[in-house]
Design a protein around this ligand. Sequence first.
Ligand code: ADP
Ligand code: ADP
Ligand code: MG
Length: 637
Amino acid sequence: MFTKILIANRGEIACRIIETAREMGVATVAVYSDADATAKHVMLASEAVRIGPAPVSESYLLGERIIAAALATGAQAIHPGYGFLSENPDFVQAVEAAGLVFIGPSASAIRAMGLKDAAKALMVEAGVPVVPGYHGDNQEDDFLALRAEEIGYPVLIKAVAGGGGKGMRRVDHSADFAEALHAARREGSASFGNAQVLIEKYILSPRHIEMQVFGDGHGGAVHLFERDCSLQRRHQKVIEEAPAPGMTEAMREAMGEAAVRAAKAIGYCGAGTVEFIVDASDGLRPDGFWFMEMNTRLQVEHPVTEAITGLDLVRLQLEVASGGHVPAQSDITCTGHAFEARIYAEDVPAGFLPATGRLKVLDFPKGVRIDSGVRAGDEISPYYDPMIAKLTVQGDTRAEALARLHKALLQTDIIGCTTNIAFLAALAAHKGFAAGQLDTGLIARDLEALVAQPEAGAALRAVAAIAARDWGGGFALWQPLRQSVGLDGEGYWVQVLGAGRYRVEDLEIGILAQNGSHWRVRIEGRVRAARAHRVDGRVHVMMDGLHFEAEIDDPLNFEAGTLAGAGVLLAPMPGLVQAVLAEAGETVEAGAALIVMEAMKMEHTLRAPFDGVVGEVLAHVGAQVESGVVLLRMQEA
Ligand code: ADP
Ligand code: ADP
Ligand code: MG
């Protein structure tokens, strides 16, 4: 086994790899860009080397610098993680030329699978079923259009060098073919520097089921069961699970055998994934799956495989890379069910736009696996993938695991960055998905319902009004204390009835226990859990599966606005009531001085907001009042 390895990556996957290496007693070297100087992966590693400025083209993609860092620190091997240089055969060759071990497949295996057309041709030769279509060299427009006719619409045009769901166009009618062809080529050249395309039959009711494989350099290759990644948006995975719902023994055997054959055909060494497209229109059948592509690296969603097999895939990678053998197929078993949800900084209602921001709160529930490269206080910057964390749960049955996934998502508090958590939770609660009726079109079909944001009800808003202020002891001064709290410009009357007892508008609320952000609240006799956070002048309350957040209005501005409009004068700051210049029943003109307060040796005069009659005067000269306390009420003349 190696004694020191370098991890040529960042974020959650770098942290994930470091954790296993640590457990194995292998020292780790992290690399980092300027944007990551104090990142979690840098802190976790035994040592770290700066490789350049923030942009990936000047840091994480610079193979030479990374190899130099490995040599300088005495690392014997390089783990590429996923993305970046992980599937770059030139990098693998450079690593090996420097006398280092690449923890992954050979350059030739990566090349063989690097382009989708060549990979398909190779798989046909190896006897692996591939999606019917054309994957030859002739790229003339008319020729390709004819092939599409032969295959039969709908077809899928794919950039042969594509990845991450890019460079793909579905075409339903021949009239749209030419335009889609140009679009796929444009995307192929722009993103991957390769305009070549292939054409495939578009499988209707498609499910994405992939097989995790492992090979060693001694001719051994095994599979670690399948993962279902059919919940996709724009061809990108959102929630993954293992095993695949509805999988039959016959189909698993056929798929596992095909995947192992694919791995053996290229002398595969290390972790890899063989992706298949499955026609789910008629259940899962041993003759209803076709090879799409092979990802020659550790996959983002590998934790679900770890959950069902009990194996540590990074450990296996290190063992195989240092000359070990893969376990016997019969020793690899599948127990229970697991789901992974990818938590991203993205604005779902705005069309899944990537979001950025500093994570002020990052709280996950206990009892679930969290893979994350960030901590509270860290920033999601525009330079890198906006992934915040992967949340993985397991259970004895699919239903149990799915219920846990839903619950865990609802118990995750992330503040400071817009996230896709509500969307993921809606997916975890989707009835069809729960019934195992999934295909890659599910999200697009039900998008509106999945993105809909239920309105926060009166109870949630009332708890937020309480959470917006510190009430400790305040009620002793004014009996009973009644304050108006402004949230996003809307006023809520909060009356303190006693310790931990409040009336907000017409709801009676008890705060029974408070442990940090975790509250137990009683609302009209019903007790439930809630979480409350006050961050940067905003209040956030998570309760009943909803997240309500609002700006806490500054009492000073708030008074000038809504409340003053309603004739309610509040203490704008904590202070002393120095003078009361009006009596109940008195008629006053707009702007007339009514109350003078003093705080921090400064006088502040509260004036009549309109022409009217003074109603109640609650302020007494000489009283020390909290900010937000009601001092006087007026009525319009
Ligand atoms: P998966 O997402 O399961 O890895 P895909 O085939 O959908 O499988 O891959 C998406 C692409 O995006 C892959 O090329 C992957 O390596 C890349 N990728 C995913 N996450 C990151 C990341 N954090 N940094 C760089 N590249 C990434
Ligand atoms: P990438 O390299 O971008 O991951 P893939 O070839 O793996 O490209 O395809 C990505 C996704 O596109 C698949 O997971 C699947 O949802 C969809 N897809 C790919 N090929 C087909 C097909 N022939 N029919 C239907 N859907 C497909
Ligand atoms: Mg893919």
